[in-house]
Design a protein around this ligand. Structure first.
Ligand SMILES: [Zn+2]
Ligand SMILES: [Zn+2]
Length: 599
């Protein structure tokens, strides 16, 4: 049948999510058809369905689902698959086509089993005026989880919280939070014993210039400290009753307590390994997991309904012996500095080890959840360098599903959406069980129309830049630029230029062109610097070129300021410039010179 106008939505809705679904389908159809039609829409709750299902019969479109959020997802999926929308970027819905739409009678979009319960983002910046657009985009792409720093959640007002809740996005207020639960300003004076002992004295955690508490931890075996944390958690959740979970995650970095009691929980002679950047420190899994289990047990006495999130990372990335992921525990496992040239399940000196850790977490599940903490944008200091992952994500999700992973959340930033947005959309689709063979061509078609094949070739070339660096690649600039030639970057500019020439008004194509020029300029500067022909003035020049593109979605500008300042500092101090001037990190980069090349 031919739909020739927008429908009437039947029913009145108490539930704000259903009310939103009704408003959305009306608005999306009005935009597509521009005039009234002769069909109607009804919503139907059906607890037996595994997900939404869309049916059309006798001029009635039924969007059915087990709950209101799935019905809302059904509305958005109908808009994408039938009306021609593509929800590409927060605040920017694309609509290809206008006017009449052909629809067949019967099941239009069948229900399907959703392979991953947890699908989302890790937000490492404060909520801002664009956060409502993020909530909107997440619902449109069926993402349901947002992990944020607690200090940022504190800054989100009731309306902002409601915007996410109505759209089915659970906010997990957690991230690195030892210092949130036990702030030094409040506790140090009366309880210096709560803080880690290092070289015989209790440290006082003070933020360094980057506002991180790198390597400054608590005396985690102290019983009073644990009680105090639980008390603070119960109080916090009392003040924020909408939250379904709390987190218990060390401050970033290393540095566990060395007091007599804590020392019983690790063996200083047993170090971590190169793949997880922990060969310079001892393994700290037992000391952390002992605390997690105790706190989870105490918390359950007050609030058995709450989930406790903790993380697996660097020198505590594996479950300690005998550890069980019981029903109220969720681990966020971060394959930090993973290799992006290999899939997580491929034979690779880094990823194979992370895959084994992830498998170990899945194997110790007894009702708890395993969520992968990903970096589908490199890491924060990869600076918009290429990570072409929109196909790889589907393949990795198939593997994760087979071993029982419960979800994935990735770090992201809206200001670099033109570089990594495709990865985020692909992740969202893969986590809902969509298949690469159908989803990727649909995405390319929606974004590039008749030039989809050419766009695929462009992305293939960008992927080739990272794979040509060596068998393995880890996402920091030195690993890419020290192992690639300038030629492929020049070719990237040519390909982006050709794509742009065919549709000069397309925002994405214009920004891909700027992106490739940036890569070319940065690589040329890197080479000139290492040849002794460039220094601080040339770095300043590139930085101001980057900042002249603030109206694009290519750069997270403040990261460039911080990173390039580290480069200048290295030059001023006459230090070998490798990354961010952290000695321990630079040591890994030196080891990677052989390791990433398979030596
Ligand atoms: Zn201690
Ligand atoms: Zn590899």
């Amino acid at each position: 049948m031919l739909l020739t106008g927008y429908p009437v939505v039947k029913g009145t809705f108490e539930d704000p999510t259903l009310r939103l679904a009704a408003d959305e389908i009306s608005a999306l159809c009005r935009k597509r058809f521009q005039r009234a039609g002769s069909w109607s829409v009804v919503f139907e709750k059906d607890g037996a369905l595994p997900s939404f299902e869309v049916r059309f019969k006798e001029s009635v479109l039924t969007v059915a689902g087990p709950d209101a959020v799935e019905i809302l997802y059904g509305v958005y999926d109908f808009a994408e698959k039938i009306l021609g929308y593509f929800f590409y970027e927060p605040g920017r819905d694309l609509l290809n086509g206008s006017g009449d739409v052909e629809i067949s009678e019967g099941v239009v979009i069948p229900a399907r089993k959703v392979p991953f319960k947890v699908r989302g983002f890790i937000q490492e910046y404060p909520f801002n005026e664009d956060s409502p657009l993020l909530a909107d985009w997440m619902a449109k792409n069926k993402l349901n989880f947002l992990n944020v720093w607690m200090k940022y959640y504190d800054g989100l007002d009731a309306r902002g919280r409601e915007a996410f809740r109505i759209r089915g996005v659970e906010i997990q207020s957690g991230h690195h939070n030892f210092d949130y639960w036990i702030p030094a300003q409040k506790y140090y004076k009366e309880h210096p014993e709560f803080f880690a002992e290092v070289n015989g004295t209790r440290i006082k955690p003070e933020k360094d210039e980057n506002a991180l508490l790198l390597g400054k931890q608590l005396c985690t075996t102290n019983k009073e400290l644990r009680k105090e944390i639980v008390k603070n958690m119960v109080e916090y959740i009392g003040k924020n009753p909408e939250l379904k979970s709390v987190g218990l995650t060390p401050n970033d970095g290393f540095g566990w307590c060395e007091c007599e009691e804590c020392s019983k929980f690790y063996d200083k002679s047993k170090h971590g390994e190169l793949y997880s950047l922990s060969s310079h420190v001892y393994i700290a899994d037992r000391i952390y997991h002992n605390m997690v289990q105790d706190v989870a047990g105490q918390l359950a006495q007050y609030r058995p309904d709450l989930d406790l999130y903790f993380c697996a990372y660097i020198n505590y990335c594996r479950p300690s012996e005998g550890f069980k992921l019981t029903p109220n525990l969720t681990v966020m496992m971060a394959p930090y500095w993973r290799c992006i040239n290999h899939r997580i399940d491929e034979k690779c000196p880094i990823n194979s080890r992370y895959a084994a850790d992830i498998k170990a977490w899945c194997d110790c599940k007894e009702g708890g959840k395993v969520v992968i903490y990903e970096y589908f944008m490199g890491v924060n200091f990869y600076l918009s360098l290429p990570q072409i992952f929109h196909r790889t994500i589907f393949q990795e999700c198939a593997y994760y599903e087979s071993i029982g992973v419960d979800g994935i959340a990735t770090q992201f930033h809206p200001p670099h959406w033109s570089v990594y947005g495709l990865n985020f959309i692909a992740m969202a689709k893969a986590l809902r069980g969509e298949k690469e063979e159908e989803a990727v061509p649909q995405m390319m078609k929606a974004l590039f129309g008749d030039d989809a094949a050419e766009a695929e070739a462009f992305y293939e070339h960008m992927r080739h830049i990272t794979t040509s660096a060596g068998p393995c690649h880890v996402t920091y600039p030195y690993a890419l630029f020290s192992r690639t030639e300038l030629g492929p970057y020049a070719k990237a500019v040519e390909l982006a230029e050709a794509l742009k020439a065919k549709a000069p008004l397309c925002k994405l194509r214009r920004e891909l062109r700027i992106w490739t020029e940036y890569l070319y300029r940065y690589k040329a500067l890197f080479d000139a610097f290492h040849a002794g022909c460039a220094g601080i003035p040339e770095i300043d020049h590139l930085l101001s070129w980057i900042h002249s593109h603030r109206d694009t979605h290519v750069f997270v500008h403040n990261r460039f300021d911080v990173y390039f300042e580290a480069w200048r500092t290295a030059i001023r101090k006459g230090k070998e410039y490798l990354h961010f001037n952290l000695d321990w990190e630079d040591d890994y980069i030196r080891q990677h010179r052989n390791f990433l090349n398979g030596k």
